[in-house]
Design a protein around this ligand. Structure first.
Ligand code: FE2
Length: 267
């Protein structure tokens, strides 16, 4: 069995330009860093949130094998329907009580080692969805159900840095890696915690550059100037920022041995 598994994980892929960014950088980074598997957060994959059959097919073609979600993943498509009709390996927020059984976590076998991917939704500063339960108690419960002797990656989709940081420290030594998504801004704190869990507060997005979280900057500035609600819109042409994290996990100890942020601006 190979000693290590190398993983490339793209943060929130946002709209047309986000998908373009993954299509351009996935093959390049996979080759350059010799990665074994590609993961992407797809809760904003389609134009203005959610995912569709067509946009998922684009990611599949780009080589993404496992998908994570977040608070907007249900926006365009009933995930129950999606779960029945497709076979994509999606880890949707496991602490959302609407989560279909099939999407509670994902497992694949790489290098004769199991890789488990779990997605959780934070609650601090997020829309008060009554369906979201405590991610800390939920993960304790889930870790009893997932295969033992596996590399385990958690995507904590949360607004507050404290939610992500606390979860990382809470799970140190119990999972391989905890990374964050949702704020779309990459943080500079990739690290290995005391007990060997890799940690990064937010991977950052793949989407329009410059923009405000992938949305046309003029719209968001106007919203702040007028203090009114304005329909969001995403640019479909222009520069793209691509943010991802590169992980190396030891297949015997299941600890992270290397974690590094990747970032590229494409013209
Ligand atoms: Fe989100």
């Amino acid at each position: 069995m190979p000693d290590k598994t190398k993983i490339l994980f793209f943060g929130d892929v946002s709209g047309t330009l986000g998908r373009e960014g993954v299509k351009k950088m996935a093959p390049k980074w996979k080759k350059e860093h010799q990665t074994d598997v590609i993961i992407a957060n797809v809760e904003n994959l389609a134009h203005n949130k959610g995912l569709t059959l067509r946009t998922m097919a684009e990611m599949d073609e780009a080589g993404v094998e496992i998908y994570t979600g977040g608070n907007h993943i249900w926006k365009k498509y009933e995930l129950d329907k999606f779960a029945k009709e497709t076979d994509y390996k999606i880890a949707a927020p496991a602490n959302d009580n609407r989560c279909p059984e099939k999407y509670l976590f994902q497992t694949i076998e790489i290098n004769e080692t199991k890789l488990v991917v779990i997605n959780l939704n934070g609650r601090t500063f997020m829309e008060h969805e009554t369906t979201i339960s405590n991610p800390f108690t939920k993960i304790d419960e889930l870790l009893q159900q997932v295969p033992k002797d596996a590399n385990i990656i958690i995507d904590m989709h949360a607004e507050a840095t404290s939610d992500k940081r606390a979860l990382g420290l809470y799970l140190d030594g119990r999972v391989s890696t905890v990374v964050g998504t949702h704020t779309h801004i990459p943080t500079a704190d990739a690290q290995i915690l005391a007990e060997g869990t890799g940690y990064l507060t937010d991977i950052g997005m793949v989407g329009a550059y410059p923009s405000v979280l992938g949305i046309k900057k003029e719209i968001i500035i106007e919203k702040f100037l007028t203090e009114t609600k304005i329909m969001h819109d995403l640019p479909t042409t222009g520069q793209i920022e691509v943010n991802a994290v590169l992980l190396e996990i030891d297949n015997r100890t299941h600890k992270t041995t290397d974690i590094k942020s990747l970032r590229e601006i494409i013209n």
